[in-house]
Design a protein around this ligand. Structure first.
Ligand code: KG4
Ligand code: ZN
Length: 332
């Protein structure tokens, strides 16, 4: 079965072709980061218009890359939510229109399910069940994943998402948008011991997390150290990254311990963070669990994870699409 996947929930247009026998055949991505950066954040109307411009050319290049025709497609998966309503509607409309013309089914995919299953596109892929740490710009959750469509929420952030904390702190430190990757790069040159930042909710017995206090602590530090020189900037980045990585690792270890599971999946944009990956690799070695990541280019938003999640739903016959999108939608 050949599944076309379309992602348009925020500022990335992603299109991919996944074959249930042959695997990922093609994936194409257009990021709007440059367009939004002059505004310091995503402008929803501009995002929708750009998705409209990109989605069909990207679909054509995917088909060309895979050597396939539109008529070869068996089903079309698209991100139905959560995300920006106008942006989601672009993917939903194109998917439904194409599917109608081809007489094929559509599959409405939850964006976070796409992230959650994205490590299954790597080799080796994790077997069920596993714990998933979802760390993106909009979400930070710990899930027990028992199978496709069988997700159990164990804990989540009570305020900002981890990626949001990265981006907001980066803005305070004077880095561009989205600042996560830039903050992380600068942190590599900094001294993490010069400043100590708080680790909110680190020792609470549950699996919930909180990152807004950390961002406020960065604001206080920036105010206190102003004007920032390059060394101070790098040292604040290093202290911030160390704090956030410690919270994410400790809470994930607690989730593994509580459930007795031995497989951990890291998914979502922040999963591209080098220090986070190093800390998880280290913990896995010491504590005897296995950690899985998506291929690096599939950590942030992309069509491949939507095509893959759609294909799994198709296998399980859990197929239902509609023109309606769900800007707010809980996975579990
Ligand atoms: O999963 P994603 O592409 O979009 C959402 O669904 O939100 O995640 C984007 C987030 C942004 O907050 C971005 O700053 C963060 O992931 N991010 C990183 C890194 N690469 C992307 N944060 C820290 N370090 C990175 N290397
Ligand atoms: Zn995402």
């Amino acid at each position: 079965m050949l599944v076309l996947g379309i992602e348009s929930s925020c500022d990335e247009t992603g299109v991919a072709l996944y074959d249930t026998e042959a695997g990922l055949l093609a994936h194409q991505l257009h990021t709007q980061i440059a367009m939004h950066s002059e505004y310091g954040g995503v402008v929803p109307e501009l995002a929708s218009r750009d998705h409209i411009r990109r989605v069909l050319p990207l679909t054509e290049s995917c088909l060309a890359q895979a050597g396939k025709q539109l008529a070869d497609i068996d089903a079309i998966a698209y991100t139905a939510g959560p995300g920006l309503a106008g942006a989601l509607l672009v993917g939903a409309s194109v998917a439904n229109a194409l599917a109608f013309a081809l007489g094929k089914p559509t599959i409405a995919v939850h964006h976070l399910e796409g992230h959650l299953l994205s490590p299954c596109l790597a080799d080796p892929a994790p077997e069920f069940p596993f714990i998933a740490l979802l760390v993106s710009g909009g979400h930070t959750q710990l899930m027990a994943v028992h199978g496709v469509g069988r997700y159990e929420l164990l804990g989540e952030t009570v305020d900002d998402a981890a990626g949001e904390a990265f981006d907001k702190s980066a803005k305070l430190i004077g880095l561009g948008y989205p600042g996560g990757p830039a903050l992380s790069k600068l942190a590599d040159t900094g001294d993490a011991t010069r400043f100590t930042l708080p680790r909110p909710m680190l020792h609470t017995p549950n699996l919930d997390m909180s990152f807004s206090g950390l961002k406020t602590a960065v604001l206080n530090l920036v105010t206190q150290q102003s004007p920032l020189d390059d060394i101070t900037r790098a040292d604040i980045c290093a202290a911030f990254q160390e704090a956030i990585v410690e919270v994410l690792v400790k809470k994930s270890l607690k989730a593994l311990k509580q459930t007795g599971m031995k497989r951990l999946v890291i998914a979502g944009g922040v999963g591209a963070n080098r220090q986070l990956r190093a800390a998880f690799d280290d913990a896995a070695k010491k504590r005897g669990f296995t950690v899985f990541y998506p291929p690096l280019e599939l950590c942030t938003d992309n069509g491949a994870m939507i095509a893959y999640a759609g294909a799994q739903r198709l296998k399980e016959r859990q197929v239902a699409g509609s023109f309606a999108v769900k800007p707010r939608w809980d996975l579990a």
